[in-house]
Write a protein that binds this ligand. Structure first.
Ligand code: FPP
Length: 258
């Protein structure tokens, strides 16, 4: 029924964004949406701008999508802002990316607080520059009592390192007798990961036409629905997010069953 409805919408293109948002809310909204925000550099290049201009524009899109996700009733929005591999980029670009959380939170934190958003982070915080750490820690502290959407920044995050660290801590706990080897289940192992407080993503979005995971939430995305678009992240807007959720709502999730 829902697929037919979406088809009708696509053919007639007559449903306004507001109507579509309204309809989405009548169905199961993904509880956790994770986004690989790709294409900032290409967006800038197309406009003969420096790559960092694309990151700056991308930052504004995070705000826009957070607002909509919150309105739709998404519980967690994880955004891949910097990977453990991104340190390989030119220093000037890395420095710029490390200043973005400060700018983002400096500008939007009051709005996020007003909207009951809680800021969280996964990734290796101790290796971030002091000013980045300070901005993120302050936002986490200021929003810790909020009960609405969790805006989870993956910052200096890498999934293989996360899994390996989890394995090492499991081994240490088994060795010291805190845990018996046969007590290690998938659920218990999940609690050794940086996402221990979060449900696994229901939906993964990647922009810019790249079809890969790039070391993002490899364990957590095992049963997620994937949605890819050619749209570059700075061009990503509410309609695209709505389109992704509509696609999700048209999928049948079987989790290995029939
Ligand atoms: C990948 O695009 C994007 C990143 C490595 C950075 C993403 C960061 C943002 C969108 C801003 C983060 C916002 C906050 C609030 C911290 P790319 O540069 O690899 O694009 P390309 O493949 O076109 O070169």
């Amino acid at each position: 029924m829902l697929n037919k409805m979406n088809l009708w919408k696509n053919q007639n293109n007559s449903s306004s964004l507001r109507d579509r948002i309204h309809q989405i809310k009548d169905h199961e909204v993904p509880s956790h949406v994770a986004i690989i925000m790709d294409g900032n550099g290409r967006w800038a290049k197309k406009r003969a701008l420096p790559r960092v201009a694309g990151h700056h524009e991308g930052m504004k899109v995070v705000r826009k999508i957070t607002k909509l996700a919150s309105e739709l009733g998404v519980k967690t929005l994880t955004v891949y802002a910097f990977s453990t591999e991104n340190w390989k980029r030119p220093k000037m670009e890395v420095d710029f990316l490390m200043k973005l959380p400060e700018e983002f939170l400096g500008t939007f934190l009051p709005e996020l607080i007003e909207e009951n958003v809680r800021v969280e982070m996964i990734g290796y915080m101790d290796k971030l520059p002091e000013h980045t750490r300070r901005a993120v820690s302050k936002a986490m502290e200021d929003t810790k009592g909020n009960t609405g959407l969790i805006l989870n920044f993956a910052l200096n995050y890498g999934s293989r390192a996360e899994i390996l660290d989890g394995v090492k801590r499991v081994l240490a706990d088994v060795e010291s007798g805190i845990m018996k080897e046969d007590e290690l289940t998938e659920e218990v192992f999940s609690s050794y990961l940086m996402t221990k407080e979060l449900n696994d993503p229901d939906l993964l979005i990647r922009t810019s036409g790249e079809i890969r995971l790039s070391n993002f939430m490899l364990w957590q995305l095992a049963y997620s629905e994937f949605w890819f678009t050619d749209v570059l992240w700075p061009d990503f807007n509410e309609e695209h997010f709505v389109e992704a959720i509509e696609a999700f709502q048209g999928r049948q999730r079987r989790f290995g069953g029939v």
